[in-house]
Structure formats: structure tokens, C-alpha cells
Design a protein around this ligand. Structure first.
Ligand code: CU
Length: 153
């Protein structure tokens, strides 16, 4: 279900699907710090939702957020949003996390798109999310489900 005031257009994937080699070292410790992870609650019948969070990289090595998985949805995509001629476009692709920087996934900029929700997301609950990075490998995140928020993805 799309928000009524927005027209969303999904661009073809850009081919950054090179992460298919599954993590060989799932136990590697991560120096990345994830905070403020949240998603809007969803009404019954809604199939998708956007997760926002902040990734802090205190290391001297740039990283990339490649993908994510959650038991709450069939798939997760890394989406970057751009406003083009009054239309929000979502583009799939890995997200750079530069060394010594913090990257905020926020409305109208970037998000993790959950698709195929298995059940409505209820405010006050949490969902588990596993982020996959090029260097930090897997990072577990607990995502707060917040009351319905109308944002431009
Ligand atoms: Cu999206």
C-alpha cells in the first residue's frame, strides 16, 4: 500500500548483488555501532515497511551495508530515496559507510525496505534484523516498532 500523497517508482536494481557469498565468519565481532533503529507500525494488509537507523563507523576502514534479513518479512532491500521532478524514486544498492563517519538512514534519504511482511507491525513491539556488511559481516539489530508515521520513505 502506498502512502496516498506519494507516487513511488522503483528503479531496477543496480546490480550490487555481489554479496551472495554467504558470510563465512558470522561470529566476527563488529566495530560498527547501530542505534535508533525504528520502523513505523503498519495497518493490516500492508505488505512493506521502511526501517530507519543510524550506523556509526569509528574504525579507519570504510564499510558497506550490503543487505539485511528479518524473520518479519520475506525480503529486505537497501533503498536510497531521491526526489526527482516531484516524484520519490527508490533505488536499490549498497550503502557506503565511510571510515570515522556516521550514516543515518532517514526518511526521504535511505532505508531498509521490508517486503512481504508476515504480519502487521504493532507499535510497541520489536523486530529482529540482521544487517550484512562487507567488512563487519553480520550485525544484529533490535528494531522498535513506533506508532504509525507518515513519511516519504
Ligand atoms: Cu524502499
Amino acid at each position: 500500500m502506498n502512502l496516498p500523497m506519494l507516487r513511488l517508482r522503483l528503479l531496477p536494481a543496480l546490480g550490487l548483488i555481489g554479496w551472495l557469498v554467504l558470510s563465512q565468519s558470522a561470529t566476527a565481532s563488529t566495530p560498527l555501532i547501530i542505534s535508533n533503529a525504528w520502523v513505523s507500525a503498519t495497518p493490516p494488509g500492508m505488505r512493506s515497511a521502511a526501517v530507519y537507523l543510524t550506523i556509526q563507523n569509528p574504525t579507519t576502514i570504510s564499510d558497506r551495508l550490503l543487505s539485511a534479513v528479518t524473520p518479519a518479512a520475506e525480503s529486505v532491500m537497501v533503498h536510497q530515496t531521491r526526489l526527482v521532478d516531484g516524484v520519490y524514486e527508490m533505488r536499490e544498492g549498497a550503502l557506503q559507510i565511510p571510515a570515522k563517519e556516521s550514516v543515518e538512514l532517514k526518511p526521504a534519504q535511505s532505508h531498509l525496505m521490508l517486503d512481504g511482511l508476515r504480519a502487521p507491525l504493532k507499535a510497541g513491539s520489536h523486530i529482529a534484523l540482521t544487517l550484512r556488511f562487507a567488512h563487519a559481516r553480520r550485525v544484529q539489530v533490535d528494531v522498535d516498532v513506533r506508532p504509525v508515521a507518515i513519511t516519504p520513505y
